[in-house]
Design a protein. Structure first.
Length: 162
């Protein structure tokens, strides 16, 4: 019975040993892989390229990316400037056309005002002429009435009263 108990304890200890040994094994593998990577990077640095050179190359690549991005922005802004300059040119042309149109319409307005003044003057002359003609016609009608009245009177003087 003691041997069975010892076997059970031994099995239990082996099981615990396996449970604790497995993570240690994986950690030692990770440490070994890390050490290999450190060695590889060390060899890359020891291969004639110092840490400063590698750092400068990384900084240079980063700066090139920034320069490319800035160049794209410059191209975009240049195109935007061209578009805005074209728009300004179109607006200035439109403004010049409108100024010419305003000047033309102002001249036309002055001409029409002069014509209207002339028409008003002619209307006033026509009104005065009409008044003169009416006065003359009234005088002639009055004189004709007087003449007819005299003729009637003269004719009655000669007509015997019976």
């Amino acid at each position: 019975m003691v041997s069975k108990a010892l076997k059970a304890i031994t099995m239990k200890l082996e099981l615990h040993l396996n449970i604790y040994w497995e993570p240690i094994y994986f950690f030692s593998l990770k440490v070994e892989l890390r050490d290999n990577e450190i060695e590889r990077l060390g060899l890359a640095l020891d291969g004639g390229r110092s840490h400063d050179v590698i750092s400068l190359e990384a900084k240079s690549r980063s700066n090139e990316k920034i320069i490319d991005h800035l160049n794209l922005q410059v191209e975009f802004l240049q195109q935007t400037n061209k578009d805005l300059e074209k728009r300004i040119e179109d607006l200035l042309d439109s403004r010049q056309n409108m100024t010419s149109e305003v000047a033309h319409l102002s001249n036309k307005n002055e001409e029409l005002c002069q014509e209207l003044t002339e028409i008003d003057h002619l209307a006033q002359q026509l009104e005065r002429h009409k008044e003169i003609v009416l006065e003359t016609a009234d005088k002639e009608i009055g004189e004709a009435k007087v003449g007819k009245f005299r003729e009637l009177l003269e004719h009655q003087e000669y007509v015997p009263i019976t």
